[in-house]
Unconditional design. Structure first.
Length: 305
């Protein structure tokens, strides 16, 4: 897998290009990847030899290898964090080619797409976002469903950690489970049609204790803490519902000078509004992360199905 990544970063995308990432003749010999020179073919390595080697493993074996190795590597080098970002992104392939293994088709507003869904759990290390654990799921599954296996088996989430999510993970049971069973605090925005959003905004208006947004670039926004909001977002088992607090962000629109509100909810009820909004803003560059991975690593370009 390391060689495959090395070849990928050298823009060598074919299966038979993987050995070109190897600089050790001893390793080539150990892997029994012999050079077979043929004037009529561009490839110097036999595709069958490499494919037979790769086929010894299931795809999940390589994912497990990654998920087990990266946390050990970070621990060995003294890198630790309590802040993580959970997210999903679609990995698309040619929709007209049904031969991509385990790929599925989904139809939405943009048309028909074929591919997979990449689940990522990133660790935040200053300005770095490290892909600590990954998963490959069906493109048809909801983001929350895709992450169940990853979170259930994840050993990198520790008590007291922070998990930042987007609106695709809105679920009262999801928040309750992480807080009660793993003592992990979730930070998530809620939708404007939810009761907790409406109540948070109304309470903020009534209390009228707005303060400046800590981000100087958002000088037209005000923030306010609203506590004890758990009763406005119920699960099927309300006796298990954990307390919730929210940061209400108030912004004046340029058109007609009308107010606009954003509500960020957390299970960490001891934090103030500034901490809540600063924590969620850590997620801001996630789409740029995906763009770089897809563009520079070309993870959507498969030369073999």
């Amino acid at each position: 897998m390391t060689l495959s990544i090395g070849a990928k970063m050298k823009r060598k995308l074919n299966l038979t290009d993987i050995p070109f990432a190897i600089r050790s003749s001893e390793l080539l010999k150990e892997l029994k990847w012999n050079i077979k020179y043929n004037n009529e073919k561009e490839n110097l390595f036999s595709e069958g030899t490499i494919r037979n080697y790769v086929n010894k493993y299931e795809s999940q074996d390589f994912i497990n290898l990654y998920n087990n190795y990266v946390p050990l590597f970070l621990e060995k080098h003294g890198m630790s964090t309590k802040v993580h970002i959970l997210d999903c992104s679609e990995i698309l392939v040619n929709p007209d080619n049904p031969n991509y293994e385990n790929s599925e088709v989904v139809k939405d507003e943009e048309g028909i797409s074929r591919g997979y869904k990449l689940v990522t759990l990133r660790g935040v290390y200053g300005i770095l976002r490290v892909l600590k654990q990954i998963g490959i799921e069906s493109i048809n599954n909801h983001d929350l469903k895709c992450c169940e296996n990853l979170l259930e088996k994840s050993k990198i989430l520790k008590p007291g950690d922070i998990l930042i999510c987007d609106r695709g993970f809105i679920s009262r049971e999801f928040l309750n489970n992480l807080k009660l069973n793993r003592n992990v605090n979730v930070y998530i925005p809620v939708k404007s049609n939810m009761d907790i959003y409406k109540e948070a905004v109304e309470i903020a208006k009534m209390q009228n204790k707005r303060s400046k947004h800590p981000n100087k670039k958002r000088n037209k926004q005000k923030i306010q803490l609203v506590k004890d909001l758990g009763v406005y977002w119920r699960s099927n088992n309300p006796e298990n519902d954990v307390p919730l607090s929210a940061c209400v962000v108030w912004e004046i629109k340029k058109v007609r000078r009308l107010p606009n509100y954003y509500v960020f909810v957390t299970t960490d009820t001891e934090k103030n509004a500034e901490h809540i909004v600063n924590t969620y803003e850590i997620r801001a560059n996630i789409e740029e992360d995906y763009r770089q991975v897809k563009h520079f690593w070309q993870i959507e370009k498969f030369c073999k199905t």
